[in-house]
Design a protein around this ligand. Structure first.
Ligand SMILES: [Zn+2]
Ligand SMILES: [Zn+2]
Length: 249
């Protein structure tokens, strides 16, 4: 969080400014605090408040608008692997596809692993632009798991505590972060379930959000809008080290 300065301050200008004409100055700049960037505007008004006094009044008003200030801190269960995500997710989804359910079953069998499957059988993720997510600590614990040798999709697990961290479609511009990384009660609300067509009986799903047979036009529009905003880049995730041993040793 940023400490906002008081919106306005009044102070006395030196006597040398006494005969200066009234003036108004406006400045705008970008200030960076770590990974937080703010637009800072400063207004200065100076005028003869008391014509016969040795002081002029200077008014300084500072307005801060946050361009991109929300950083979500994420971690595996033991805290050894820390990640950060900037801003809001592209979408909050639950995937019911056969691959996600199969991988979740595998991950839940790892020693010490927590439950990953939702009551529906799906896995809950937050979809972010790849350029807005980073691993800030413990990347040496990250291992990938692919369901087949040919697939371009890998799921990454933190081996320190066997927490599933994210799904990476290696040719895509987004990353699906598993909901288990969010501290309790901070996960953004679910917006849709996808790939319900892979279930034997999708009619049993709750009706709290749309249950899409595969994906919807809205899903693709949001995904493509994010890609346009990224300038059609597809950043690579280069902080995964090796392959997960699913025998659980
Ligand atoms: Zn861990
Ligand atoms: Zn899936």
């Amino acid at each position: 969080m940023i400490d906002r300065p008081s919106p306005a301050r009044l102070y006395a200008a030196p006597a040398a400014a006494r005969h200066a004409p009234s003036r108004y100055r406006f400045r705008a700049s970008i200030a960076s605090y770590g990974r937080t960037h703010c637009l800072v505007t400063t207004e200065t008004r100076c005028g003869p408040a008391w014509p016969h006094s040795p002081f002029h009044l200077v008014y300084v008003g500072t307005n801060w608008s946050r361009l991109m200030s929300k950083v979500t801190k994420l971690s595996c269960s033991c805290g050894a692997v820390e990640m950060e995500a900037d801003g809001s997710p592209i979408m909050s989804t639950e995937c019911l596809c056969t691959s996600c359910r199969s991988a979740a079953t595998t991950f839940e069998r790892l020693p010490g692993a927590k439950k990953l499957c939702e009551p529906s059988g799906g896995t809950r993720t937050e979809m972010y632009r790849k350029d807005r997510v980073r691993c800030v600590d413990g990347s040496d614990h990250l291992r990938e798991h692919r369901l087949t040798d040919q697939t371009k999709t890998r799921r990454v697990v933190a081996t320190c505590c066997n927490t599933p961290m994210f799904l990476d479609f290696t040719e895509g511009h987004w990353i699906d972060l598993y909901s288990v990384l969010w501290p309790e009660n901070t996960l953004p609300p679910l917006q849709m379930r996808t790939m319900a067509g892979d279930l034997d009986d999708p009619s049993k799903l709750p009706n709290d959000v749309p249950n899409l047979k595969s994906h919807s036009p809205t899903f693709f529009v949001r995904l493509i809008a994010a890609w346009i905003a990224m300038g059609f880049r597809r950043p690579k995730i280069d902080y995964v080290n090796g392959v997960l041993d699913i025998s659980g040793k």
